[in-house]
Design a protein around this ligand. Structure first.
Ligand SMILES: [Zn+2]
Length: 117
Protein backbone atom coordinates (compact mmCIF):
# COMPACT_ATOMS: atom_id res chain seq x y z
CA UNK A 1 0.00 0.00 0.00
CA UNK A 2 1.45 3.35 -0.94
CA UNK A 3 1.68 6.48 1.17
CA UNK A 4 -1.14 8.23 -0.62
CA UNK A 5 -3.53 5.39 -0.05
CA UNK A 6 -2.50 5.15 3.58
CA UNK A 7 -3.13 8.86 4.09
CA UNK A 8 -6.58 8.52 2.61
CA UNK A 9 -7.45 5.63 4.87
CA UNK A 10 -5.98 7.39 7.87
CA UNK A 11 -8.26 10.32 7.19
CA UNK A 12 -11.22 7.97 7.06
CA UNK A 13 -10.24 6.38 10.34
CA UNK A 14 -9.95 9.73 12.06
CA UNK A 15 -13.31 10.82 10.66
CA UNK A 16 -15.02 7.71 11.90
CA UNK A 17 -13.45 8.09 15.31
CA UNK A 18 -14.64 11.66 15.49
CA UNK A 19 -18.15 10.54 14.55
CA UNK A 20 -18.30 8.09 17.40
CA UNK A 21 -16.86 10.55 19.90
CA UNK A 22 -19.31 13.20 18.74
CA UNK A 23 -22.20 10.84 19.20
CA UNK A 24 -21.19 10.26 22.78
CA UNK A 25 -20.75 13.90 23.63
CA UNK A 26 -24.15 14.63 22.12
CA UNK A 27 -25.60 11.81 24.12
CA UNK A 28 -24.10 13.09 27.32
CA UNK A 29 -25.06 16.62 26.46
CA UNK A 30 -23.62 18.05 29.60
CA UNK A 31 -20.81 20.15 28.17
CA UNK A 32 -18.16 17.71 29.26
CA UNK A 33 -15.50 17.67 26.61
CA UNK A 34 -14.20 14.41 25.27
CA UNK A 35 -10.46 14.65 24.89
CA UNK A 36 -9.10 13.49 21.53
CA UNK A 37 -6.79 11.01 23.20
CA UNK A 38 -9.56 9.42 25.19
CA UNK A 39 -9.84 6.22 23.17
CA UNK A 40 -6.20 5.48 23.76
CA UNK A 41 -6.74 6.40 27.38
CA UNK A 42 -9.55 3.95 27.55
CA UNK A 43 -7.29 1.17 26.41
CA UNK A 44 -4.36 2.27 28.55
CA UNK A 45 -6.09 3.01 31.80
CA UNK A 46 -9.43 1.33 31.76
CA UNK A 47 -9.35 1.42 35.55
CA UNK A 48 -9.99 5.16 35.73
CA UNK A 49 -13.59 5.93 36.47
CA UNK A 50 -13.92 8.42 33.65
CA UNK A 51 -12.76 5.84 31.14
CA UNK A 52 -15.19 3.32 32.58
CA UNK A 53 -18.01 5.77 32.39
CA UNK A 54 -17.03 6.56 28.84
CA UNK A 55 -16.95 2.94 27.77
CA UNK A 56 -20.26 2.30 29.44
CA UNK A 57 -21.99 4.77 27.18
CA UNK A 58 -20.78 3.17 24.01
CA UNK A 59 -22.60 0.30 22.45
CA UNK A 60 -20.62 -2.91 22.09
CA UNK A 61 -20.17 -2.30 18.40
CA UNK A 62 -18.98 1.27 18.84
CA UNK A 63 -16.62 0.25 21.58
CA UNK A 64 -15.21 -2.48 19.38
CA UNK A 65 -14.83 -0.16 16.41
CA UNK A 66 -13.19 2.56 18.47
CA UNK A 67 -10.56 0.15 19.74
CA UNK A 68 -10.02 -1.22 16.24
CA UNK A 69 -9.69 2.31 14.85
CA UNK A 70 -6.99 3.10 17.37
CA UNK A 71 -5.18 -0.10 16.56
CA UNK A 72 -5.41 0.65 12.86
CA UNK A 73 -4.14 4.21 13.38
CA UNK A 74 -1.16 2.82 15.20
CA UNK A 75 -0.50 0.20 12.55
CA UNK A 76 -0.88 2.54 9.62
CA UNK A 77 2.41 4.22 10.55
CA UNK A 78 4.20 0.90 10.22
CA UNK A 79 4.44 -1.70 7.50
CA UNK A 80 1.89 -4.18 8.74
CA UNK A 81 -1.20 -2.15 7.98
CA UNK A 82 -3.57 -3.97 5.64
CA UNK A 83 -2.27 -7.38 6.65
CA UNK A 84 -4.76 -9.78 8.17
CA UNK A 85 -3.93 -10.46 11.83
CA UNK A 86 -5.07 -14.03 11.54
CA UNK A 87 -3.72 -15.43 8.27
CA UNK A 88 -1.16 -12.68 7.55
CA UNK A 89 -2.34 -12.24 4.01
CA UNK A 90 -3.14 -8.88 2.50
CA UNK A 91 -6.62 -7.54 3.09
CA UNK A 92 -8.21 -6.46 -0.20
CA UNK A 93 -8.27 -2.73 -0.79
CA UNK A 94 -11.98 -2.97 -1.48
CA UNK A 95 -12.51 -4.27 2.03
CA UNK A 96 -10.18 -1.69 3.54
CA UNK A 97 -12.09 1.04 1.84
CA UNK A 98 -15.37 -0.20 3.24
CA UNK A 99 -14.11 -1.08 6.73
CA UNK A 100 -10.70 0.61 7.11
CA UNK A 101 -10.29 -0.42 10.75
CA UNK A 102 -10.74 -4.13 10.19
CA UNK A 103 -7.84 -6.29 11.42
CA UNK A 104 -9.01 -9.29 9.39
CA UNK A 105 -9.48 -10.25 5.78
CA UNK A 106 -12.96 -11.21 4.65
CA UNK A 107 -12.32 -14.94 4.93
CA UNK A 108 -11.10 -14.77 8.52
CA UNK A 109 -13.90 -12.40 9.43
CA UNK A 110 -16.42 -14.90 8.12
CA UNK A 111 -14.77 -17.64 10.12
CA UNK A 112 -14.97 -15.53 13.26
CA UNK A 113 -18.60 -14.71 12.70
CA UNK A 114 -19.50 -18.33 12.23
CA UNK A 115 -17.72 -19.18 15.45
CA UNK A 116 -19.55 -16.60 17.49
CA UNK A 117 -22.98 -17.65 16.29
ZN1 LIG B 1 -7.17 -13.55 7.03
Amino acid sequence: MNRKEKDRIKKKLLQEKEEILKKISEFRNEGKEIEPGIAQDVIDKAESSYAKEFLFELSDTEREILIQIDNALEKIEGDDFGICEMCHKEISSKRLNAVPWTPYCIKCQEKLEKKSQ
